[in-house]
Ligand binder design. Structure first.
Ligand code: ZN
Length: 323
């Protein structure tokens, strides 16, 4: 069958939201169902709801499951792709060593693929995004945390155990802020959305600027990275300082990647990267200052073009990548 004519059931399973979709092989999204993940209700409950969502899509579109190419699930957690097992997830409590691929396959009778969500997003860039025909590229997702996927010669580089690509946890600043992984000074601890929020709260407290912009009745715990980005764009000095610092460290991370991987392209995605010019542009300048001449001249630094559907398209892309 022509690749573009495939019908794929794609699932983006995150810590708060579960999105199930019917996607054509060319990346056209035909239907999306949004549900809350509600992981606290337990694994079985969530899997039942996932399968119900897929059945709902089939019923509403009057589609026989026989014409579905595959179910492709991108999930926020560590995935052993070879065994099809979700080994652990910080966002889905209780999800330890779940043979997700087998369970969904057995329950639905449809061939199933699973992959970590950031890796899937990188695969999505390869099939549906800016990395079309680019065989060597690195995808960096800057959001609540920082993740990455390294494509070498048209394949996602997993390393010996499949755990490669932890871009967010390269240490950029010795004795820097503590990271969720236990180390200090990781890229994620310096320029993720969480890091930006922590940094501005620290500065507000230190300088006793409780009235820093009238956010949420001055409850500084509610300030989001997006708020900081908007304030910086509107010329707020404090916010600008925080974003400039985050951009600088992000640039160091990107520069290291350019020198180590020599990619044709670095694609930045994730919610925080949508701050665009105030964050990514200075980060690129720093990265190119660090980069050696040859890889620095070659690399193209581009934003993700997949927007809010990156998760679903990343999942859908697994159907092509694994066929
Ligand atoms: Zn870390």
């Amino acid at each position: 069958m022509d690749k573009s004519e495939k019908l794929i059931l794609a699932v983006d399973l995150g810590g708060t939201k579960m999105r199930a979709a019917l996607v054509k092989g060319n990346g056209e999204i035909l239907q999306v169902i949004n549900r809350k993940t509600s992981a606290e209700k337990g694994v079985k409950d969530l899997l039942d709801r996932l399968v119900n969502s897929l059945n709902e899509i089939l019923a509403q579109n009057n589609i026989d499951r026989g014409v579905i190419d595959s179910i492709s699930i991108a999930i926020a957690g560590a995935v052993d792709v070879n065994r099809g097992v979700l080994t652990a997830s910080p966002n889905l409590s209780g999800w330890v060593n779940i043979p997700l691929k087998q369970i969904i396959n057995d329950t639905t009778g449809i061939k199933t693929h699973i992959e970590n969500d950031v890796n899937a997003a990188a695969i999505g860039e390869y099939y549906f995004g800016n990395a079309g025909n680019v065989k060597h590229f690195v995808f960096i997702a800057v959001g609540t945390g920082i993740g990455g996927g390294i494509f070498i010669d048209g394949k996602l580089y997993g390393g010996f155990d499949g755990s490669a690509g932890e871009i967010g946890h390269m240490i950029i600043k010795e004795n820097g802020p503590k990271c969720g992984c236990g180390n200090r000074g990781c890229l994620e601890a310096l320029c993720s959305g969480t890091a930006i929020e922590r940094e501005i709260r620290t500065l507000i407290r230190k300088k006793n600027l409780a009235k820093w912009v009238d956010f949420n009745e001055n409850n500084i715990e509610l300030i989001t990275a997006r708020d900081v980005g908007e304030a910086a764009q509107n010329g707020d000095e404090l916010a600008k300082k925080v974003i400039d610092k985050a951009a600088y460290y992000l640039g160091i991370g990107m520069g290291n990647i350019i020198n180590i991987v020599n990619p044709q392209m670095i694609i930045s995605g994730g919610g925080v990267s949508r701050m665009g010019d105030i964050l990514i542009k200075p980060a690129i300048e720093t990265a190119l200052n660090i980069a050696f001449e040859l890889p620095g001249n070659t690399v193209r630094m581009v934003p993700s073009s997949l927007g809010h559907n990156a998760g679903i398209l990343g999942a859908a892309a697994l159907a092509h990548y694994n066929s």
